[in-house]
Each structure stands twice: as structure tokens, then as C-alpha cells.
Design a binder for this molecule. Structure first.
Ligand code: FRU
Length: 498
């Protein structure tokens, strides 16, 4: 077992202690970005789901706040409602009347009540809680549930304001039917079914955490499409991951666009992240106008081994917030994800090299650096069978990022501790086409987190690693041929220590 705190990310969000999973209720209000999250207040494994809470002014430095919405026991003394995933909205002018009279704006959480008696789950439905003090204290709505289909697999309400029809729209999943159900409401209390989407593409796992949003097309100024994200669908079967659909939303129905990108292979969905550890991402609500691109945060873990991560006293972290766009390509409308800019403020003294040509060679970029840094690389693949970067290297321990056969790979099989689950050691692969001959990488390493943004966000690979040393070597390499690093820049990144 490692020392407590050993794997604590330095600039990715994690909770002070105990288990976290999905981000919940992402909302911006009066200068604060709120991050609520699935949390077990009592233990470092999943259970007693409640909403934890933190706020930030820049989506980078987070201030931890007390537990926002705890699991509660019903008056009968034995029935319990766990607070499963959901979203938050700002009800301007408190039109719902949920908050006390005179409240300027009411912050409303729409979440799934997961009800159980002892070990037996008895219901899953949508509840409301509300806060009149910027999310600091919460009350449960006394007429919960607001939406009950009398099934046990109906969850993860994602609500947003649909301005053209002045109404709230909710996407939620019928998880085992692989369907998203869309509902509408004028007051957040009464909900009416509008339509369904699915089953579609990957249905190997239950569908969870839907998120529907309008997304600008970056190479067609002024144009946008609707994108529906669903947590379910991983290129390597058996793991959870995320898929997306590009289409239109008319206030009632979501329909696929003819330029919904063609899946990379039959029966493989449009993959959001080709790594193992990006899940349950949702978007920020109520962003200030100048941020017209949606911003999403995902949970860095995988249900296949989630509870077994070798970290203490915390388990689980959040991705860097990602700005979302679409780009028209010959393969259709592709999802673009880019880390938000604020992480650049953490950059220390850079190391930069240009025009490094390697032929069956290894070049050490840095002998010893703490595992908290960012790398930007522009690679001309040339004739090499494999060209790439070895990270967090100590003796035979190494994490490999390489371009080979039209794919960008992340190999964590020798990355350090991998034997806590036989589902953990793995090689991830994302199909990649050079742009003007170049492969562009932006790599974030943060103790136990690696996020790789490829070709300005056209592909992303996010994986956890657990090296046995807190610092390591960084090497550039080519195998079986030549390649050139046109440019490579390395910045140590400072901690945002909460
Ligand atoms: C997704 C999920 C959600 C659920 C929550 C429970 O990771 O399974 O569907 O609401 O986690 O913690």
C-alpha cells in the first residue's frame, strides 16, 4: 500500500477524502462555478450516495464546501433515499415558488432518488431539492418525487432551459432499455413526456448520464448542432465509456443528423474518449454568454475496477474541464474537446526543443521530473513504425504514448501498480489522421492522471496510472525507422493545492 496522498492529483479536482464518482449539478452562478459530485461521506468505496460540493472562480482552483445533499432516512426509520446523479438549474425570480418568497433566484437540483429498504432497492425516480443561498444549504421538496415511472432503472435527469419555448427540458435514461426519455416542464415540478431516443449504436452496457446541448461548429461560424452524450459505449467491449450523437433538437424530438459522424467500425459508437477513465461527463448550465461553447467535466475512473484504485484517503478525480465544439470533416461532424485555458497559468519554466530527428533512437528529454506537467508535441511520423514519448519512467516502469499504424496508443501495462484488478492493465488506441503531415499532442500528467488531447482535440485518451515513484524520466523515441519532433515543449505544472 502506498502512503496516503501519494497519488493525489495536483491540478485535477479530487475530494479531501473518501469516494467520489459522477460530477453532478454543474452550474455557474454569480461568479462561481459549482461542482457537485457523487460522494460517499463515510467510506472510500461507493455507497451512501450524497452530493459533495466545491466552488471555483476559474474552474481550476476549487474551494471545498460541506456536504450539500446527504442521503436521508424516511419517517418509517428503515427506508433510505440515496442522492444519485442529476443536474442543477437557476430558476430566475424563483418562478417555481420552491424557494421562500422574496428569494431572488432559486438554485434547484433535479436528482435521482434511489430508494432502498435494507439491501433491497425499491424505486428510482426524480426528486427536487432547492437552495436559496447559492448552494450552501439545501431543502428537499416536500412533494417529491416529481417524476416517477414506477421502474427501478430510470435516472440521471439532465435539465436545461430551452429558451425558444421558454421551458425546461429534461433528458433522463431508461437505463436497461438503452433509451433517453425527454420531458418538458414550465415550473420544474410537473413534467410531461415528449419523446424518446434509442436504442442506438452501443447498447452493451446500461445507458447512464445523458447530456443534450447545442454545440457550435468551429469551422462554420454562426452554425451549431445539437449533441447528445450518453455514458455507455466503449471501443473495448466490457468497459464503460461514452458515446455521442450529432443531430437536431426542435424542443420535442432529438433526431440524428445526416452528418452524424460515421462510426469508426460497424457497431462501434462515436467515441467521446478512447481511454478507460472518462465517464458520466455533463455540461455546465447557465454559463455566462461569452462562454458560448459548452464546458463539460467527467469522472476519471471506470466501473470495471473503480472501487479498487490503490489511493487513500480519497478515491476518484475529475477531468480538466473541457470546452466542446464540432468540426466539419470528411468523416462528418466530429466532436472536438479542448482543456479550458486556465491550466496554462500553472506552467513553470519550460523546456523546448525543435527539429529533433530520430532514427531508431531514444532521446532523454528530462532525466527526473515530478509527475505533474504538460507536454506539447508536433510529430512528423516519417518512416518509423512507432514514434512517441515514454513518461514516468523508472527502470522497467513506464507509460508509453506512441503513434503507430494510424493510431495513437497509450500503453499503461507497465505503468506501475496495475495488479489491483485484472481489468486495469491495458493499451488504448485512437484512430488518428495526421493534419498537414503532423500529429499534434497535448499531454497532461498529474500523479495518477494522464489526459492526452490529439490534433487540437479531435481525439482524447484519458487513463489513470499508478507509478511507484512520484517522479520519473521522459524520453522521446522512434522504432524501426525515422521520425521528427518538429517541436516539443515541457512545462512543470504547479499545484492548485486546495
Ligand atoms: C453513473 C451512475 C449513475 C448513477 C450514479 C450512482 O456512474 O451509475 O447512473 O446515478 O452513478 O452513483
Amino acid at each position: 500500500a502506498m502512503k496516503p496522498e501519494f497519488y493525489r492529483p495536483q491540478y485535477h479536482f479530487s475530494a479531501p477524502k473518501n469516494w467520489i464518482n459522477d460530477p453532478n449539478g454543474l452550474i455557474y452562478y454569480e461568479g462561481e462555478y459549482h461542482l457537485f459530485y457523487q460522494h460517499n461521506p463515510f467510506d472510500n468505496v461507493w455507497g451512501h450516495m450524497s452530493w459533495g460540493h466545491a466552488v471555483s472562480k476559474d474552474l481550476l482552483h476549487w474551494q471545498h464546501l460541506p456536504l450539500a445533499i446527504p442521503e436521508f432516512t424516511h419517517p418509517d426509520g428503515k427506508t433510505k433515499t440515496a442522492i444519485f446523479s442529476g443536474s442543477a438549474v437557476i430558476d430566475k425570480g424563483n418562478q417555481s415558488g420552491l424557494c421562500p418568497d422574496g428569494t431572488k433566484d432559486c438554485m434547484v437540483a433535479v436528482y435521482t432518488g434511489n430508494v432502498s429498504v435494507g439491501e433491497k432497492q425499491t424505486a428510482q425516480y426524480q426528486n427536487l431539492a432547492y437552495s436559496a443561498d447559492k448552494g450552501r444549504t439545501w431543502k428537499q421538496y416536500d412533494k417529491n418525487p416529481v417524476l416517477d415511472l414506477k421502474t427501478k432503472e430510470f435516472r440521471d435527469p439532465n435539465v436545461f432551459w430551452y429558451a425558444p419555448q421558454k421551458k425546461w427540458v429534461m433528458s433522463s435514461v431508461k437505463a436497461t432499455e438503452h433509451r433517453v426519455a425527454f420531458f418538458e416542464s414550465k415550473n420544474l415540478k410537473d413534467w410531461k413526456l415528449m419523446s424518446h431516443f434509442g436504442p442506438q449504436s452501443d447498447t452493451t452496457k446500461v445507458w447512464e448520464c445523458p447530456a443534450l446541448m447545442s454545440v457550435p461548429i468551429e469551422n462554420e461560424p454562426g452554425k451549431s448542432k445539437w449533441v447528445l452524450f450518453i455514458s455507455a459505449g466503449h471501443p473495448q467491449k466490457g468497459y464503460v465509456g461514452m458515446q455521442y450523437f450529432v443531430g437536431d433538437f426542435d424542443g420535442t424530438h432529438f433526431t440524428l443528423d445526416k452528418d452524424n459522424p460515421k462510426p469508426i467500425a460497424p457497431a462501434v459508437s462515436n467515441v467521446v474518449d478512447y481511454g478507460k477513465d472518462y465517464y458520466a461527463a455533463i455540461q455546465y448550465n447557465n454559463l455566462p454568454i461569452q462562454d458560448k461553447n459548452p464546458v463539460m467535466i467527467g469522472w476519471l475512473n471506470n466501473w470495471e475496477y473503480g472501487n479498487k484504485l490503490p489511493t487513500t484517503p480519497f478515491k476518484g478525480a475529475m477531468s480538466l474541464p473541457r470546452q466542446i465544439a464540432l468540426k466539419r470533416t470528411t468523416d462528418g461532424l466530429q466532436l472536438i474537446q479542448q482543456p479550458i485555458g486556465s491550466s496554462s497559468s500553472l506552467r513553470g519554466k519550460k523546456i523546448e526543443r525543435q527539429n529533433i530527428k530520430l532514427t531508431n533512437q531514444i532521446l532523454t528529454l528530462e532525466k527526473r521530473i515530478a509527475n505533474s506537467y504538460e507536454i506539447e508535441a508536433e510529430i512528423l511520423p516519417g518512416t518509423a513504425k512507432r514514434v512517441g514519448i515514454r513518461l514516468a519512467k523508472n527502470g522497467s516502469e513506464v507509460t508509453i504514448i506512441q503513434y503507430a499504424n494510424g493510431k495513437l496508443e497509450l500503453d499503461r501495462r507497465k505503468s506501475g501498480q496495475t495488479d489491483f484488478s485484472d481489468r486495469f492493465p491495458s493499451v488504448e488506441q485512437a484512430p488518428v489522421k495526421p493534419q498537414n503531415g503532423l500529429i499534434k499532442l497535448r499531454i497532461f500528467v498529474d500523479k495518477s492522471v494522464v489526459e492526452v488531447f490529439i490534433n487540437d482535440g479531435e481525439r482524447v485518451i484519458t487513463d489513470l496510472i499508478f507509478p511507484n515513484k512520484s517522479e520519473g524520466e521522459i524520453d522521446l523515441f522512434t522504432e524501426e525507422g525515422s521520425a521528427e519532433f518538429k517541436k516539443i515543449t515541457l512545462w512543470p505544472l504547479a499545484s492548485v493545492k486546495q
